[in-house]
Structures are given as C-alpha cells and as structure tokens.
Design a protein around this ligand. Structure first.
Ligand code: NAP
Ligand code: ZN
Ligand code: ZN
Length: 365
C-alpha cells in the first residue's frame, strides 16, 4: 500500500494521486517544516517509489541554508540518498516492477544524448538540459524538482538503481550519494592492493570511503581533525589513523599517498595535504566549501602531483557500486531518526556530532 498516510478519500490532500507528504525549507536558513508536494503523473517510463528512508547529506544542509550562492528554489525539499520500493510503473517500464527495492541518488534526469551521457557519465552532462538535480533544479517538464525527504517520488526508470536484497534499506540509503562519491574516484584512480589511500574527514562520505577502499584492497589512512574517532576508523577498515591538528602528522606522512580523497565540508590548507602525495599522486577534492581554496603551485609542481575534483557517479557506476557493496556487505553506519528531528540532525552534522549518517524514516513524514 502506498497511500495509507493520506486521510479521507476525496479530502484536499488526496485530490491528486501524486501529492505526497514532505519536509521542506521554506526559505534559506529557515528550519524545515512538514508540507506536501505534488509529483508529476506517471509518464511512460516513470516509476512511483514508495520512499522508505532518505539519508541526510551535508550537501542538503549547504543547499537548505543557501550556502552555495544566490537564488535556489524555495520552498526546498532536500534529500538525494533515497531508498524505497517501487509502488507503480508506467506502461513502457521494463526494468522494474512493483515491489522492487530501488534507490535514487543526486540526479533524476540528464540530456541522454551528449558525449558524457552516452558514456554513462550523466553527472557531467553537457547537454542543454544538463544533469537535473534531485531537488532544487528544473526538470525537462520545466517544473522544479523536489527531493527525498518525502513519502513518494516519481522518476524515470533510467535514473533509478536496484538495491541488492542483502542490504537493509535504511543503511543502504547513504550509498546513493556518499557511497558513489567515494567509489567513483577510488575506481578512477585505481585504488587497490599496493596503493596507499588517505581519506580526509571521517564523516558521512569519509566513513563509507574507508569501508570501500579497504574492500578494494588499498592501504587506508584516515586523516581526522583529532584522534577522537580513531577506534571507529580502525573498526571501519582503516590501517592507520592520524590527527591533522598535530603538525607532526604532516611531517611523518610527507610523500606517502598515491591518492588523497578530501571529504571535508569546510576550507582546508590544501597545500599542506598536497605534500602528503608521492610523485604522481592525486589529491581529489570532494567536499564543497562555500569559498575558494588557495593553491600554491609549488606544492603540486614538486612531485608532478595532480589536484582533481570528482562529482558523484553515473547511473551504471552507481549500480556497480551497489552490487560491490552487496557483495562485500558494505552499508553506512546510520542513526535513523523521525522526520521531526531533521532540524536537530542538521545542527548535529554541522557540529560533527554524527556517527556517521542520519537517515530519515519516511514513515514518520
Ligand atoms: P559530514 O558528514 O559533515 O563530514 C565532513 C567531515 O569533515 C566531518 O566529519 C569532519 O571529519 C570533517 N570536517 C568538518 N569540518 C571541518 C573543518 N572545519 N576542518 C577540518 N575538517 C572538518 O559531511 P558529508 O556529508 O560527508 O559531506 C562532506 C562534503 O562533501 C560536503 O561539503 C558535501 O557537500 C560534499 N559532497 C560532495 C559530493 C561530490 O560529488 N563531490 C557528494 C556529496 C557530498 P573529522 O571529524 O574526521 O575531522
Ligand atoms: Zn549528497
Ligand atoms: Zn547529457
């Protein structure tokens, strides 16, 4: 049953089949509050997902608080780590059937014809439509997209992925953003046996990155602000754990890593981290702070080092990541919360008080 929460057939709320309960930020920095949003009617290739759980990514907070610059579409329903069950399918749907366990990540459409879309790199779509973000973006029908802090979602089947049966939906939800954001650069820069990988920041992204890098066979180091999370880091699969507040860390680890993945949501002295790379090593920026970060060219030049960025992953790679996690039993460490605690959870994420991902139980929306 998909619509048990809607009271009274014929009531104003039930007037359209696709009106769902949601939590939205009415304006930048305003607390999120309960509301409803109307999803589009099911198109030929659309599926209706009964959302069960949605992770709280730090990007949701950046967006809901207007930290990434002007405008934005408010009210905004965040949420792009969506796990649920297919409730209905459009007439031309071939990939999914009602009852299937599916996920939706950071985007719900793209042009489908540009070079990147054809290569399975939809997140880098260069077509006119571009990558259509799961929320706060404009879809091909001209409507503003609204995300996964909601009880239901309509999405084209091509932008959904299958969640392996072995993974519980609550702990799998964060894989849809945090998981793929770490998996994609680990694959691209060939992490594996014999490579040394550092993960900077043990938060939502970082903790899944440690699990995935370890499962790939890399030697994994966590670089965290303090040693407070050391036991957790080692339990998650790290071989080494160092505090970045200790200057000795940067001396001891100079020239060590093939790959450094920076998941920190705030600004850092990147140049200090570049010096941790060995010759030809790559530093990948994943966190998106609200201001530019200065680069000292010599920190890169000495050692032919690369400074790169990486954005989530394409649909096929997201499915590959989920299957990898299914085989290795990898999920997020989650704290499942009712929707009326989303605002409190935001404060706790910003304060670094989460181990390691909040997930909203959609049945409480
Ligand atoms: P998170 O759970 O808040 O984790 C961020 C971690 O960074 C914290 O746990 C903390 O780790 C460290 N940190 C926080 N403030 C810091 C500071 N001032 N100095 C040094 N370290 C600090 O956030 P998340 O959900 O993992 O997201 C991380 C960032 O990635 C966000 O900016 C988000 O928007 C971005 N993101 C990017 C992509 C992409 O495609 N590139 C995808 C998703 C998210 P320690 O306590 O261990 O130091
Ligand atoms: Zn995210
Ligand atoms: Zn495209």
């Amino acid at each position: 049953m998909f619509w048990p929460a809607l009271p009274g057939t014929g009531s104003i709320v039930a007037m359209t089949h696709h009106t769902v309960h949601a939590y939205a930020a009415p304006a930048p920095k305003a607390p999120l509050e309960r509301t409803t949003v109307t999803r589009r009617e099911l198109g030929e290739h659309d599926i209706l997902i009964d959302i069960r759980f949605t992770g709280i990514c730090h990007s949701d907070i950046h967006m809901a608080r207007g930290e990434w610059g002007e405008g934005g579409h408010f009210p905004l329903v965040p949420g792009h780590e969506i796990a649920g069950v297919v409730a209905e399918v459009g007439p031309a749907v071939t990939r999914y059937a009602p009852g299937d366990r599916v996920g939706v990540g950071c985007f719900v459409d793209s042009c489908r014809t540009c070079e990147n879309c054809l290569a399975g790199l939809e997140q880098y779509c260069t077509g006119e439509l571009g990558m259509v973000g799961t929320y706060g973006d404009t879809g091909r029908d001209g409507r503003v997209t609204q995300g996964g802090y909601a009880t239901g979602l309509v999405v084209d089947e091509r932008y959904a992925v299958r969640i392996p049966d072995s993974l519980p939906l609550d702990a799998a939800a964060p894989l849809l953003c945090a998981g793929i954001t770490l998996y994609s650069p680990l694959v691209h820069w060939k992490a594996g046996p014999g490579t040394k990988v550092a993960v900077v920041g043990l938060g939502g992204l970082g903790h899944i990155g440690v699990k995935i890098a370890h499962a790939m066979g890399a030697e994994v180091t966590v670089l965290s602000q303090t040693l407070r999370k050391k036991d957790d880091g080692l339990r998650l699969g790290a071989d080494h754990f160092h505090a970045t507040s200790d200057p000795a860390t940067f001396e001891a680890l100079a020239g060590t890593f093939d790959l450094v993945l920076n998941t920190v949501s705030a600004g850092l002295d990147l140049n200090a981290y570049f010096r941790l790379l060995r010759t030809d090593g790559t530093f990948v920026q994943l966190g998106v702070p609200d201001r530019p970060l200065p680069v000292a060219p010599f920190a890169l030049i000495g050692g032919r080092r690369s400074f790169a960025g990486s954005k989530i992953g394409g649909i096929a790679e997201t499915q590959e990541m989920l299957d990898f996690c299914g085989r290795h039993g990898i999920t997020a460490d989650v704290e499942v919360i009712p929707a009326d605690r989303i605002n409190e959870a935001y404060e706790r994420v910003v304060a670094g008080d989460v181990r390691y991902r909040f997930v909203v139980d959609a049945s409480t929306i």
